[in-house]
Ligand binder design. Sequence first.
Ligand code: 5AD
Length: 463
Amino acid sequence: MRETNWPTRVTRSRDWANSECGAGALAGARCAMTKTFFIETWGCQMNDLDSQRLSGTLKLRGFERVDSETEADLILLNTCSIREKSEHKVFSRLGALREEKWRGAKIGVCGCVAQQEGERILERAPWVDFVMGPGNVGHLDEILEGQRKVVVDFPEDRRYDFITIDRPSLTKAQVTIMEGCNKNCTFCIVPTTRGREVSRPFDDVIAEVRSAADSGRVEIELLGQTVNAYRCPASGRDFGTLLRAVAEVPRVLRLRFMTSHPAEVNDSMIAAMRDHSNVSRYLHLPVQSGSSAVLRRMKRLYTREKYLETMLRIRAAIPEIHFSTDFIVGFPGESEEDFQQSLSLIEEVRYGSLFAFKYSPRPGTPALKIGAPVDDAVASERLTRLFELHERIKRERLESYRGRVLPVLYEGPSKHDATMLAGRTDDNYVVNFAGDASTPLGSMLGVRIDHAQHHTLRGEVVA
Ligand code: 5AD
């Protein structure tokens, strides 16, 4: 089990929309009973962070985290519904967990499937004790008290107790700056499951970043479904202004953010990135398709040309920038020509990493009524071709690092070889390297790259 640094005094941030700074003492102290919990997490970074928040709340209540559901008094499934497959997995997991219920464990379903299915989860799996949507992560305490079994509203008071977050990494902290999404991409379930955009107050974010950096988390990742649409509810300050302020927090060595919407990239954001060298030169900018016709049907609010122009603007200010992206293949009506345009975009941009998914119809989304579905075998074959192309580009990129000295943020021992250290490059590749194990975690090291393996790099510390 991992240890977390817990300050003795716990603060709780107030209502996101109204407070300027999260202070205020939390009533209640750590409880003496030792109950156990197990938490399983699917999906995006937001879900990871929600699990860290749930875990922190439970530990504060005196629960102890265990690695197996069979030992747990409370089992939480933090679910994802972005694609149908992940949703199905939840119901098969719930079937398997029925036995744990018989021995007296409590079962809670959290996350996006909880939000999407609500009561229906209890109908299909009546052994579930509660169903809790992502808007209620901060309200776990009351839910455990058992007054409500299905809690899928988006309360005004989101309650974000950053001090209690049970962070798994000693060098990196994820920090939510906004939740929800006001875009209406026709394929996407997120506006339903995560609600409308709500940004956290600027000063709350800065307080959290300071506290994380003080505890040695020198890498900060700002999170939001449309992270660059951030706007402080109290002062109106935008994402670029926030990025500058976070970059200036002492000891923040590396600053990332996820997920940017291409249509929300603006000069303020670009200038903040340009002016602060600790902001990662690796930007995740999901494109979804290289075809303007498909992008229009997806309601992505940009064309291929506009997307490329946005990249050029960023590159003009920050020549060393690299990109990663997401693609959907087999969106309704996607022709072979449309798909070819996705391939040519990959060739043109040479993304450092890329996530690609077969289109998955989601309940209640407008795409259900758009165009003819692409034959599943055709979509699968396109996905394979897309990955093959990107594998080649990625290989070339990893190979190009051979002999170069790259800044690597040291995270701990290598997972594969205990005699080696491990860290990440600015473009998020894992590097296993020879070096002095007494080096403080979170140091930024110069590592000369000797080998490019399939997905990782190997090297030696030189500075
Ligand atoms: N089908 C397939 N992929 C999807 N994504 C979002 N919705 C769907 C869907 N209905 C992908 C997008 C998004 C990533 C997080 O998941 O590429 O950027």
